[in-house]
Write a protein that binds this ligand. Structure first.
Ligand code: SF4
Ligand code: SF4
Length: 266
């Protein structure tokens, strides 16, 4: 399965003149983005930006918001037409240019925690799980450049390889968490399983996106009396939202797909 990590989609491709250029390993491109470029923040508007669960985690944390408040205020909830799973998109402001709710004159007000697709831009990343071999599944990645007419960042700056750009933009934890998400989704193949029931859809949505509610589900119900979860793991998921999100994928794989990743207490 190949999936493109969320790519910022500005306008329908036929209107935007957007071009996707493959970027083979080791090849370079020139790019710079800073307040001095003439298009500064022009790209932070009119987007159809799908947020991954990790994007939601980082953004709501940066804003000091509860996940439910963040989702209600800043996202549009939908069902992926192919995968039939819940997806959330960043809700643009209701103004003439449909600006991103986080763009200000100085740039992005959640810059340190901006979504992975914003960090990666103009680089796109497509990932694929290699078939299981003696060393298990590996994630293979390919890169491409998103060239849009309104972006003048290609006219200046230094040369980047995909690897150097990703490192510079702090994409390591995003790629790691989004690859886990992709690996989890790979267990769910449209057509090979029943569509989610309404109750399953709600559980999926809560566990992936509404982490504060998922934490209540784990620690505020009989959950821990039903499943064998070692104390140190409980502590880890209590302390770390990243660990809680990883656990959410385990829980969903167990409860929705029947993967034997959790054990009931006797
Ligand atoms: S989240 Fe930040 S970088 Fe991304 S579109 Fe909004 S303002 Fe721009
Ligand atoms: S359009 Fe390109 S160069 Fe201009 S602000 Fe956006 S990413 Fe930076």
């Amino acid at each position: 399965m190949t999936r493109k990590n969320a790519v910022r989609q500005p306008r329908p491709a036929d209107q935007s003149g957007e071009v996707l250029d493959p970027l083979p390993k080791g090849e370079t491109y020139r790019f710079a983005c800073h307040p001095g470029v003439r298009c500064f923040t022009d790209c932070c508007r009119d987007l159809h930006l799908t947020l991954t669960p990790y994007d939601v985690l980082r953004a709501k944390k940066a804003l000091g918001m509860d996940s439910t408040d963040f989702l209600d205020r800043h996202t549009v909830q939908d069902t992926d037409p192919t995968w039939k799973i819940p997806v959330v998109r960043l809700k643009m402001e209701d103004n003439d240019v449909r600006s991103c709710p986080f763009v200000v004159r100085e740039g992005c007000r959640i810059y340190a925690d901006r979504p992975g697709a914003c960090r990666a831009y103009p680089l796109g990343r497509a990932v694929r799980r290699s078939p299981a071999g003696s060393e298990g599944c590996r994630i293979e990645e390919e890169h491409f450049l998103v060239r849009e007419p309104h972006c003048f960042g290609f006219e200046e700056g230094v040369l980047w390889t995909a690897e150097a750009w990703m490192k510079d933009q702090g994409l390591g934890p995003y790629n790691e968490m989004n690859d886990l998400w992709m690996t989890f989704l790979a267990g769910y193949r449209p057509g090979s399983r029943e569509n989610l029931s309404p109750a399953q859809w709600k559980m999926f949505f809560m566990a992936c996106y509404s982490l504060d509610r998922f934490r209540e589900f784990v620690f505020g119900t009989r959950f821990l009396s039903l499943f064998q979860i070692p104390d140190e793991r409980q502590e880890e998921i209590r302390q770390s939202e990243e660990a809680l999100l990883r656990f959410a994928y385990v829980w969903l794989a167990y409860s929705l797909f029947g993967d034997p990743l959790l054990k009931l207490r006797k």
